[in-house]
Design a protein around this ligand. Sequence first.
Ligand code: ATP
Length: 208
Amino acid sequence: MDTRHRGALRVGLTGGIASGKTTVARLFGALGAPVIDADEISREVTAPGTPLIVRIAERFGVEFIGADGSLDRRALRRVAFADPRARADLEALTHPAILQAMEQRAAEAGGPYQVLVIPLLVEKHRTGLIDRILVVDCEEALQIRRLQARDGSTLEEARAILAAQASRAERLQAADDVIPNSGDLQALRGEVERHHLRYLELAAQAPP
Ligand code: ATP
């Protein structure tokens, strides 16, 4: 569904952990599409010296701030993963700032269409920011293999992360478009090119 009400068509790119979001985003970027990445923005708004890092320290403790003033993301993630209340508090602190920064970045980025990489798009229903949901899809067994190869995660760790995310079926149900990523990089590039042309076409059909 295209509910576009701004300049560029905004494509929300999502998918489970290690499904290939970053790889797909890079391929879209190489074709000239502006890419705005929620994880990158999350790191920017919680960089040393930001008002947000101070508020995180107030809520969670100064032990989550290193000697160089940077956030210990790994430790914070561990706490948030184990305690739903802590996770809700962390999200309440960070999400508004991330959304605001993404909105601003998107407004400045231009292009006929833009790719907004939002890992938890399906879980958080952030559809106000975007016009279409594009899901990178692969079997869970392959996600686990990529996760193990890339991060050295154990099978148990990889399974626990997957279990905490939306399921493959939930994601596919929410998708307007799907890029399968069970093949090689050449096949993936072909899929991205096909979607690139489709988005250019959609953008031309509904000019601002
Ligand atoms: P995360 O959720 O952790 O941010 P992601 O969804 O962005 O991950 P990527 O980092 O793009 O996923 O991919 C996960 C790993 O799998 C990377 O090491 C990447 O190089 C590899 N990979 C992704 N797609 C393919 C493919 N089609 N063929 C081979 N390797 C791939």
